[in-house]
Design a protein around this ligand. Sequence first.
Ligand code: G3I
Length: 580
Amino acid sequence: MRKLLLLSFVILFTLAAIAKDKIVYIEKFDNSSVGDVFKVFDIEGDELTDASAVVEADPASPSSLCLHVKTGSKAAFVEFQNPGNISGSTVLKTYERIYMQFYVPESNTAALNRNVVVILGANSQTVNAASGVNEAGKWIPTTQTLGKASSIRKTVRIGLNVKEGEYYVKLIRYLTTDFGYDYNDPTQTARYYADQLGLNFGVCVSPGQLNDNSRMGQTIWRNFNMMVGENAMKMDATEPNQNGFNFSQGDAILSFAEKHDMKVRGHTLCWHSQIPSWIGNSNSADNPKGWTKKQLLDILKNHIYGVVKHYAGKIVEWDVVNECLADGQSGNGYVLRSNSIWRSVIGEEFIDSAFVWARRAADEAGDYDVKLYLNDYSVDAWSGGKTKALYNLAVRLKNSGVPIDGVGMQTHTQINNYNLSGVKESLEKFKAAGLNCIFTEIDIEGSNPISTTQLKTTQGEKYAGIVDFVCSYEISPTMVVWGISDGNSWLSNAATTKPLLFTADMEAKPAYLAVVNKFKEYAEKAGVGQVYSDESPWGESAVDVYNITGQKIASGVTIDFIDNLPEGLYIVGGRKLYVK
Ligand code: G3I
């Protein structure tokens, strides 16, 4: 029987805690004998005869063994088999670091302060780092980051870069990052808990990042259950020529999403920026082609119909209108931005029309579930005039019968400015107005440069605060970060303000672990993790099964039927159930 996770019970056991470093030994000499010999090679890959690597008693603790390396006219690198016959490519996907200890004898200190060399692939793909082995007569631990090899062997060669030198080495092992995070273990990912809570935890991507085998591709699908194109579904990409649609970038995102069971949100159908040049200029009220109001409305309608119908049933949320509000609002009513061709040629009704056409196009294509959002930035705390303007406009649309489901708070913000209690106040207002309020483009910058406290603590607190919102407000099912890593952000200071959840090397930051822990806390409260793998929680009783949108799938069925359902969330016998 497969695993069934009952979601609405009190938890019966504690889920595995975030693991510390996961380790696999390459060699610890516990199965070796004194006198065993290992092969040594020079940096070009030629086997050396004037160097040696022999198993001996540990010079500091003679009851255990280690390897004694002596080099001659060239630096020598000892060859080890990778453990369990794993190849280096598996190493790179699973373990990001290599650890070993060195001991330089006081009788020959040539090996002190030399680089550690780790050769995982072809000779040119060498990982070098200052060794830190700076004291003779004691064991010194070193850790090197892997990740530079692309063509891979089943062996690894290791050594200090020293000629005519001598040293001992032991406890050679691969390990995960310092953050104790292993994305191969789903229970250490935010996705695992977000999936079970039925929430969307997303990231913006470009098609070029979606490679199944790359560290980046894996970081995306293993940690997130939703994607949005950073640029792929904007008008300049989807309709580069009038009525000449190009869906290639968006389709690439959808196919990756399908493969990895992820949702996709659409960004964006109508924006004053990134418009194709055949319409006019981005960020401008000018109308260089002289479109009449009717012509531009027809263009907008044709675009929205073309894109929404193409993606019908595949996109769960659309940002229908993006950033239509002016900056610097008083909070009374709302003021639309002026540097927009939509606003200058059509007037405010472009907003109403865009929503109506998006809804009609989706409905005509049989997609009644897609949610339609009005998206903007600097609309976070309720004290902000622009937040009130967004509210006033969204309420005006809703009261006019325009099919709007809610608002998107982009959440491009800073650790020191982001006011969680102010955002909560806004959520309460949107909730009372019957509007969803989701987090669509989150990045939370630190000071420039980010401080250690921000990096280790406060950035995570702000991110986890948003997790709190999506877990506790039904009107807020989605949170999306705007970029996979600090190396993939649109922000010009991202290298130093580090706004996102992963480092440029794709290691999980403390903020990511804070997000995981917060989702996990809610999942545990909801009883996620009560695993029924051997018996039915309903005994032999017959139950009704619904999908998560409330559609009935089956009546009066027993556990055999449930056991054969595709993986996903269901409502069975009145309780939420995750079938794995
Ligand atoms: O497509 C061209 C490419 O052909 C060319 O070689 C390259 C050279 O620079 O530029 C490419 O276009 C860039 C595009 O990103 C795709 O990479 C544009 O110059 C660049 O301006 C554009 O930036 C995007 C920006 O929106 C444009 O307004 C950012 O990636 C994207 O993160 C950002 O996203 C916006 C949201 O859509 C709305 N909210 C604010 C958010 C941040 O600005």
